[in-house]
Design a protein around this ligand. Sequence first.
Ligand code: ADP
Ligand code: ZN
Length: 606
Amino acid sequence: MRSWSTVATVALVLWLLYRLNPNPAMVETITQLEFYRLLDEGKIRGKVIRYIDRDEGSTYLAGERELDRLDDKGMPVKSPYRVILVPGENEEMMNDLFDRQIDVEVREKRSAISPFVSQLIFFLAFMGLFYWFFARRMGGEGGPFGFGKSRAKMLTGKEDKKKVTFADCAGIDEAKEEVQEIIEFLKKPERFRKLGGRIPKGVLLVGPPGTGKTLLAKAIAGEAQVPFFAISGSDFEEMFVGVGASRMRDMFAEAKKRAPCIVFIDEIDSIGQKRTGAGALGGSHAYEQTLNTMLVEMDGFDANEGVIVIAATNRPDTLDAALLRPGRFDRQVTVELPTLKGRTDILNLHGRKIKFAADADLSRVARGTPGFSGADLANLLNEAALLATRKGLDGVDMATLEEARDKVMWGRERRSAGYSQRERETTAWHEAGHAVLQVLLPNADPLHKVTIIPRGRALGATMALPEKDVLNHTKSFFLDQIVICCGGRIAEEYLTGDISTGAAQDIRQATDIARQMVCTFGMSDKFGFQAFSEPGQFTAAELPPAFSEATSQAIDAEVTRIVETAYAKAKKILDENRSAVEKLAAALLERETMDGSDVRRIMENA
Ligand code: ADP
Ligand code: ZN
């Protein structure tokens, strides 16, 4: 019985290995440009297969194409190809394929190694399998189908071999400094202990998505030259009750064996959320089990053992308090969105691999991307490189960088999506209203660009270009900002005599700013130097209402007054400059996108 299953297993594994390593000799690698040319000529046959690597995202596309030769039946000869993709984002290209109604099938990446190496691996795997199997039998442990240890091993967190160092993270110098101590400890635990340093068991990295938390954790491991185990809180979402907890235990067991090392838990909020009252009764909620297991594991080892748990979240406020107790994640390191200098550094870092045209100015790109995360910036450069390839440019130029920036910021252009001429006109007037105010108001940032090309959910956009990152806004800036928000609707009304839903976003923004001025920044005449918790910030159970019903009504009245005053001001300015709005709208309809200097020129002549 046993030997029969041996043969079956060996056969199965061999067959799988064979399937994973077909002979790749005949596949021709073509460029993206070539691929697009073939698409245009209709020579890409059948579906396209997109190979995904778990760590790197898309890696290449493959499929069959027609050659210019005919076979003996007079049919075009078909031949396999593949296209290497820029690692990271390729959504633009995928959307293109979708638009062209080409079927794209996604598969896990096959090994891209040469036939010789793959045969070698094949052979070694074969030998290894035999060795493993017979050693097992001698030892008398459970066979390969036993639900014992082998299965648990498969489920442990994966260890990452690629070395990332501090040189790969830019613009987060403060965070790097804060984790320096941990690196010292991991490098020389003995010495660190002698000097009496206290080492945290758990470090919580807090910051918005894409700011480099994962990157930083990897870099800590890389700098200290210790193993790195990673697992994501969201991985547990699909797990059966009990499996998540056992996986957590296995990972810690493995980590302890490999100490000193780093265990990284991404998106810890998805398992570490505040436990609700109801859950306490129900008992075995799957996440709760996983969370408890993690806490037990963390409590169960001494900080000196050298396993450091690093967790990342962008919502520290939702975490269960038990996680933050001493001896658990009692150290927090904030990873902020990059500043202007940080963005410049990140762009320069990721830009090393890219060829630029002479006019490309990354510091200007950095100025135009406030609020972008490191991941957004990396994405912007990838997108720009891709666009430049498709345009057939020798290097990425400034115009392409700006286009990529807009794409990342606004999502994909929706050129064809049912956009009537009437809507275009309304949008042109709407944006002209914003733009004229942006130029005329003394406390607003300079106008960068205005466009009526729809992107994402917005039909158009007016963008400002702050001279530098501002951490501290003034009251007059906020007031002008609200006035600018009002301009869209007022200008629309000039054209149509009616109002539309196009201003919904503006209305929301104006109201938000006004409310924050009153409640958070102490900028209203009525309340002055006072703060009020805003609705929705706390749940009723957590905090008694901070103010009376009468105050609440007064706040609402104050917000209304600010917005109404701003609206009146916007109306007055635009009425006085109506011809400028009109001229600008006409120019926008013709040119779709204009930058600040064009707009100012038109306004001077209006
Ligand atoms: P998070 O874990 O905070 O969501 P990641 O570490 O996963 O962010 O960042 C995703 C990618 O974005 C990184 O692999 C890197 O290419 C880029 N990136 C993000 N932040 C930085 C940074 N500070 N320096 C360099 N690259 C960055
Ligand atoms: Zn608007």
